[in-house]
Design a protein around this ligand. Structure first.
Ligand code: AMP
Ligand code: GLY
Length: 424
């Protein structure tokens, strides 16, 4: 089978590794890919938001499965655009259409969906730009911490959590005033939940599903979960506190009602569901839905999958019940190496060395490029190193060692990934 993977980050490098392991994969193209995917697949320089270019490529190269990495093509309705162009007649598109992608593309849509389907989530209220005064009055009578969420996609910066009422009021003015353009002219204000987070991943065709290994990611830039939010600084899988009873609760209170809710709304859904959860005194609540895999969760999650992952995607795509997912007993840990300054501004073009020294771990490219025969930094998150181990501490030790073996000027990484879980 000829496969086209869309995206260019560490997540896509990890997905590409998994796809090429499949005996069913005869050719893998990655658009646009990165120097890591170039080593194992064919990178094609295509704009993943350009429907006509993608449709041409799919048809000319007889692509049979498209796997979508990032959310933007999903939220922008790439499925519908390719379908309209007749590009999906012989091709499975693994990613939801425009409506399903609203679970990630609109916080208000997701909250209404959860409320309608009795899926546990924080209490909330939604405000539009014209309701600024009502929003401020609402904040006045709430206790902090305050959680404000831009309705639309805001490059991971759309969630603001603050203890200060004044800051919350200033933020609501900025958001509704268009801080993130139309993505924030609707804002969800929700109750702050205090607990421990984990993420579960489901691959589904709306009827059948497989549950992938769960993971926990580390979003803040600083040690001890301090400082600015990032795309993710590391991840770990499995999550030790996810026992059988909690698995059952997540299945019954979240996964099953989510799939049922999609069916009730008549939304066909082929793709991933990445459910961000928080555990509050033993009760699970949904923090958010994403309609794609996470980065850097995918690097840890894929490392633990023993099954032919492409076969699972194909069977789901055909509307069949997929084979059971075999998961390795081992633990996986991922540490992300970033450029100093990230998540704010950071330098680019710094030479990367030492990848050949990485032992007992896999180095996934995230923000790298080839320039004049040299591998250089081109993004904030540069390389993600993932290691497996019999225990979480073994995996973490190997990932940290690998992190120290890769060099570039201004390299920074958190050395405390997963440490909170070791103490549980
Ligand atoms: P997001 O950008 O949607 O992934 O949210 C970023 C982070 O904000 C989440 O991972 C949580 O740590 C935190 N968060 C979001 N909603 C809430 C909430 N209602 N209560 C507490 N923390 C939250
Ligand atoms: N690591 C979080 C995300 O991919 O959304």
């Amino acid at each position: 089978m000829k496969v086209l993977l869309l995206g260019s980050g560490g997540r896509e490098h990890a997905l590409a590794e998994k796809l090429v392991q499949s005996s069913l994969c005869t050719q893998l193209y990655v658009a646009p890919g990165n120097p890591g995917t170039a080593n194992i697949a064919v990178n094609v320089s295509l704009d993943i938001l350009n429907a006509s270019a993608l449709a041409d490529f799919i048809q000319k190269n007889q692509i049979e499965l498209v796997l979508v990495g990032p959310e933007q093509p999903l939220v922008e309705g790439m499925y519908e655009q390719l379908k309209e162009r007749g590009a999906l007649e012989h091709c499975i598109y693994f990613g939801p259409g425009r409506e399903g992608a609203q679970l990630e593309g609109s916080k208000d849509f997701a909250k209404q969906f959860m409320q309608r389907n009795k899926i546990p989530t924080a209490r909330y209220k939604t405000f539009q730009a014209k309701q600024l005064e009502e929003a401020k009055a609402y904040l006045e009578v709430q206790d902090g911490p305050y959680v404000l969420k831009a309705d639309g996609l805001a490059a991971g910066k759309g969630v603001i959590i603050t203890e200060s009422k004044q800051e919350a009021i200033d933020e609501i003015e900025a958001l509704l005033g268009g801080k993130f353009g139309s993505a924030s002219t609707t804002v969800v204000i929700e109750e702050f939940l205090s607990g421990i987070e984990l993420s579960v991943f489901v691959a589904t065709n709306g009827k059948d599903y497989v549950i992938l290994p769960e993971a926990k990611d580390y979003k803040r830039i600083g040690e001890g979960d301090t400082g600015l939010n990032t795309g993710g600084m590391g991840s770990i899988s499995p999550v030790p506190f996810l026992d059988e009873a909690l698995r059952k609760q997540i299945l019954q209170k979240v996964i099953q009602p989510t799939l049922k809710g999609l069916q009730l709304d008549g939304i066909e859904y082929l793709g991933f569901l990445f459910i961000g959860l928080i555990l509050v005194e033993g009760e699970v609540f949904v923090i958010e839905y994403n309609v794609r895999m996470g980065d850097p969760e995918t690097q840890s999650v894929m490392s633990r999958i023993d099954s032919d992952f492409l076969e699972i995607l194909i069977e789901l795509g055909k509307g069949n019940t997929p084979p059971e997912m075999r998961i390795k007993e081992e633990c996986a840990a991922t540490v992300v190496l970033v450029s100093d300054g990230y998540p704010e501004s950071y330098p680019k073009g710094r030479e990367i060395s030492g990848l050949e020294n990485v032992s007992k771990a896999h180095a996934y490219h995230a923000g790298t490029s080839q320039e004049g025969g040299k591998l250089v930094t081109s993004g904030g998150r540069v390389i993600a190193v993932t290691a497996l181990g019999k225990t979480a501490s073994e995996a973490l030790a190997s990932a940290n060692k690998a992190a120290s073996q890769v060099q570039f000027e201004g390299k920074y990484y958190r050395t405390d990934i997963g440490k909170d879980l070791l103490q549980l």
